[in-house]
Design a protein around this ligand. Structure first.
Ligand SMILES: N[C@@H](CCC(=O)N[C@@H](CS)C(=O)NCC(=O)O)C(=O)O
Length: 604
């Protein structure tokens, strides 16, 4: 049985170990209490007992996950007045700031930081993946870049019908990568420094560095499959044991690949030797990726979408991201007078969860726009009146999924990264890039060091939930050159053209809900670090569970139970979704990265 990707949907559903959880972090209004490094080792016996009782078969994986010692750095709020970069690692935030210091702008810095994260947090992103970005010019113009992976030309709607796991592991899981094309487009349109100088810092880093805390944690969690795989273990467990924090890790092939891209541009990937090697590896691993897929890849540029609530213009990327769903939720919350939302008030919390359930129902109507026969239901999500009508359908108690009218298919029958950058002139990049599951498809091209994504799993397979437990939608089947639905939601907030906030996040189906909750906390006056660290709630309709991160008052959760919600609480330290945000306060830039992923922002 393949177990490696299960936790993405599983671990927030782990049964609550209440005796240990109590008192860890009680009050959402006091995020400082959540800020102490904590051990989750005490949870292990309880959780394993619960898992055994529930009949789970992948306990090895969970032992690795739960036996890991305290892993988080303390949250950190970076302050500066010239520029700020919030990425998942201190090294990459600093590297991004260094580009700003040298006179580069947000687009320049984003190229370097994104490539840096692809080197260091290779379990989340890399040039074998793809994503979305929102850009703001200093004068306030906002545009969006869609560099999502596309289904290969040989893809077809039912390609995973008999073998859904092929969408997660192996060559067939890999869609045509878009990250390099996206960074190239960002640089062409908005960059000011030489491409070579932006790519080389990541190439240098790839030659070797000391394994940081978060990478060590991910390696430890993934060690069973890595140790079983000769190709991966030669790299990540050179002496027979998985690399640990502080050990030196090297990616010489990836360093060479980045150096070649620095010197010769992205065509060496889309039209040259590097691409040839990637295609060969994907095909040898059972995939259908072809040279022509790489050659024909293009970035989609548009203006994104926005809504105006309380005098704020909230911008995000368009379909197939879940940015529009987040705008729907904002419009509904606004109608309910819940901006800012008060998560410590039972009525507000219940309504927020209900809005989220309506949001997830709307999400089932989304697909890749050029492939939709009828775009009207999808566009309707952006209609304010529609969101307001939905808001008025919220009642005192929650309902079963049918009430929210999703377009699930077959229900009756049957490693992402985010970075946010603001430069001295008010230029912004907020960018999410992903290889989807941790270490993507687990296919590594040893020639180039590139890890191939498993983004095909973001398409729908009739009758099968994906990696994140999301039920299939009829508008999201694989088709040649189609882009799968995404939960990402890069976001920029302005008032009368003045920049206020930029943020985004990673974490599968939890992404847009996490971005929204963080934004609501910021609008409620919290600094970005406190807003990020506040515990979050999530309900995606299926499975029918509201999951709370530890930190919500237990009386609040009891109130939710009384309103009919099926609740579960999981340890905040598991780090299931992560947000990176920058807030502009006068002439100060406040930047924070999520401590759930050991992120540290930098500013100057
Ligand atoms: N491909 C997905 C996002 C993939 C994703 O977020 N993956 C999870 C892996 S389980 C992740 O990176 N979570 C945050 C983390 O592991 O830090 C999308 O576009 O919606």
């Amino acid at each position: 049985m393949v177990t490696e990707h299960l936790p993405c949907k599983l671990w927030p559903l782990l049964p609550r170990a209440s005796p240990v959880m109590k008192g860890l972090c009680k009050d959402v209004e006091k995020p400082d209490e959540c800020r102490k490094k904590r051990s989750n080792t005490k949870l292990l016996p309880l959780l394993l007992l619960s898992l055994a009782a529930a009949g789970y078969t992948y306990s090895n994986f969970l032992i690795n996950l739960l036996s890991w010692p305290p892993h988080r750095y303390d949250p950190f709020l970076a302050k500066g007045s010239n520029g700020a970069v919030a990425t998942e690692t201190e090294t990459c935030s600093e590297m991004g700031v260094e580009i700003l210091r040298k006179g580069g702008n947000a687009a320049d810095s984003a190229v370097t930081s994104t490539l840096c994260i692809g080197v260091m947090n290779m379990f989340s992103s890399g040039i074998g993946g793809g994503g979305f970005a929102l850009h703001r010019t200093p004068s306030g113009n906002i545009s969006s870049l869609n560099f999502r992976e596309t289904a290969p030309g040989a893809a077809y709607p039912y390609m995973f019908y008999n073998s859904p796991l092929d969408a997660q592991l192996g060559g067939l899981a890999t869609a045509t990568p878009g990250e390099l094309a996206g960074l190239h487009a960002l640089h062409q349109e908005h960059g000011s420094m030489d491409w070579f100088d932006l790519v080389m810092p990541a190439a240098e880093l790839a030659k070797g560095w000391a394994v940081p805390k978060e990478l060590a944690r991910r390696l430890n969690i993934s060690k069973d499959w890595i140790l079983r795989d000769a190709v991966w273990s030669e790299w990540l467990a050179p002496n027979g044991t998985i690399l640990a924090e502080g050990d030196r890790i090297e990616r010489p092939a990836y360093a060479k690949t980045l150096e070649t891209i620095a010197k010769h541009g992205v065509d060496v990937f889309y039209k040259g030797d590097i691409g040839d090697s990637v295609v060969e590896t994907a095909v040898n691993a059972g995939g259908i990726l072809a040279k022509s897929d790489l050659e024909s890849y293009s970035v989609v540029k548009d203006k994104g979408y926005s809504t105006n609530v309380r005098g704020l213009d909230i911008h995000t990327c368009g379909f197939p991201t879940s940015g529009p769903v987040m705008l729907f939720m904002l419009n509904a919350l606004n109608e309910l007078d819940l901006i800012p939302a008060r998560f410590n008030n039972p009525d507000s919390l219940h309504k927020f969860i209900e809005v989220m359930k309506f949001g997830f129902a709307e999400r089932t109507r989304i697909g890749d726009e050029p492939f939709m026969n009828d775009t009207a239901p999808m566009m309707n999500i952006l209609n304010k009146t529609y969101a307001e009508e939905r808001a008025h359908q919220i009642t005192e108690k929650t309902h079963t999924w049918q009430y929210y009218e999703p377009d699930f298919e077959g229900k009756d029958t049957h490693g992402t990264t985010h970075l946010t950058i603001v430069d001295d002139d008010g230029g912004v990049v907020t960018l999410t890039s992903t290889v989807n599951g941790w270490f993507g498809s687990h296919v590594l091209d040893t020639q180039t060091g590139i890890i191939l994504n498993n983004e095909m799993d973001d398409f729908s397979i009739p009758g099968h939930p994906n990696l994140f437990g999301l039920w299939p939608s009829p508008y999201n089947h694989p088709e040649p050159f189609k882009r799968p639905l995404s939960s990402t939601a890069p976001t920029i907030v302005q008032r009368n053209g003045e920049l206020l906030v930029a943020l985004g996040g990673s974490g599968g189906s939890r992404i847009f809900g996490s971005v929204l909750q963080t934004l609501l906390h910021i609008l409620d006056g919290k600094d970005p670090s406190s807003a990020i660290e506040a515990p979050r709630v999530h309900d995606q309709l299926f499975p029918p569970v509201v999951s709370f991160e530890s930190g919500f008052r237990s009386s609040l959760i009891d109130e939710m139970k009384e309103r009919g919600h099926n609740t579960t609480v999981f340890d905040f330290n598991l780090g299931v979704a992560d947000v990176q945000a920058i807030v502009i306060e006068g002439d100060q830039l406040l930047a924070a990265s999520d401590s759930r992923k050991n992120g540290i922002a930098a500013a100057y």
